[in-house]
Design a protein around this ligand. Structure first.
Ligand code: MLT
Length: 318
């Protein structure tokens, strides 16, 4: 296959795919606008941050496969892909530990105001009193929305901190998932409302989609305990950012956010977000999956998908 890699993957990815007999062109930083003009002549496209709009599928002459080098496929116009009979695949699960680690990092940073501490000390300020008000996490309750591969790893890490973990009871949960939850001491809430009202920390781990859009809305935020912490390392559109901003301004909640409603895709871009700038928020640049471990695992997953596809098997297609 002739493959275009539109984002940077570990350098060995090109060698691995070439060794498998594929021709690979890596052009990191291609933007969504660049892609339609670049896609002709390629059978496969691999993207991480670059958005793949309908125009790419219109312009493609031999494209049969798009791989999202991550779990979510919300940056790809999957309807346009299916109209042109292009398979869209993802690489689920491989970056779960990295995302769980960042989730815990955001939680610790918020509770202890670590980023403010660092900024003060870099400015030559020593004010121990200002930072003596953290509640601490031991014995607190975390409500996890989305007990999938990432949600479980967050639960394991939270449990190790002495945090009680609860999740949403979901019909159809597999017996393995229920027994894994029981082993971790996870309890289940009957409703989203109950989870909001009884959690000191809410951590969101669901994919983007019609069912999850603005799952955390003004009503959910109003139900959260005063001073509770919202963590979102999943997708920006799961949280209603306007409602979150109002709750932050009112001093009702604090938040750790790795994802936002409108993120720049591919390459560098200037970017403004009122929630990311808010003093009660610790925000990062959608870097949940940005560890070498995770990217190596993703690259291996990409090579497996390409190999399987070349052998006639559509693996992890959405
Ligand atoms: C994912 O969908 O798994 C992440 O968004 C991946 C990433 O940020 O690279």
């Amino acid at each position: 296959m002739r493959l275009l890699l539109a984002d940077r993957l570990p350098d060995h990815t090109v060698d691995d795919l070439t060794a498998l007999g594929h021709e690979v062109v890596m052009e990191p930083g291609l933007s969504a606008d660049d892609l339609p003009g670049r896609i002709a002549g390629f059978d496969g496209l691999v993207v991480r941050s670059t958005k793949v709009n309908g125009a790419v599928f219109e312009a493609a002459d031999r494209l049969v496969l798009v791989i999202r080098a991550g779990a979510g496929t919300n940056t790809i116009d999957t309807e346009a892909a299916s109209r042109r009979a292009v398979y869209v695949c993802n690489v689920p699960g491989r970056n779960a530990a990295a995302v769980a680690e960042l989730t815990m990092g955001l939680l610790l940073a918020i509770d202890r105001r670590i980023t403010d501490n660092v900024a003060d000390l870099r400015n030559g300020q020593w004010d121990k009193q200002r930072y003596s008000k953290a509640e601490g996490l031991l014995g607190s309750t975390m409500g996890i929305i989305g007990l999938g591969s990432i949600g479980f790893l967050v639960a394991e890490r939270a449990a190790a901190f002495g945090i009680k973990v609860q999740a949403l009871a979901k019909p159809g949960r597999s017996p393995q998932s229920i027994s894994r939850a029981e082993d971790l001491g996870i309890t289940f809430c009957d409703s989203l409302e109950e989870l909001a009202e009884t959690s000191d920390i809410v951590s969101v781990h669901v994919p983007s989609g019609a069912e999850t859009k603005h799952l955390v809305d003004a009503e959910f935020l109003a139900r959260m305990k005063p001073g509770a912490i919202l963590l979102n390392t999943s997708r920006g559109d799961v949280v209603d950012e306007t409602a979150l901003l109002a709750a932050l301004d009112a001093g009702r909640v604090r938040a750790g956010l790795d994802v936002f409603d409108h993120e720049p895709g591919g390459g560098q871009a200037e970017w403004e977000s009122a929630v990311a700038r808010h003093p009660e928020v610790v925000a990062t640049h959608h870097i949940g999956a940005s560890t070498s471990q995770a990217q190596r695992a993703i690259a291996a997953g990409v090579a497996e998908i390409v190999e399987a596809f070349a052998a006639g098997e559509a693996r992890h297609c959405v």
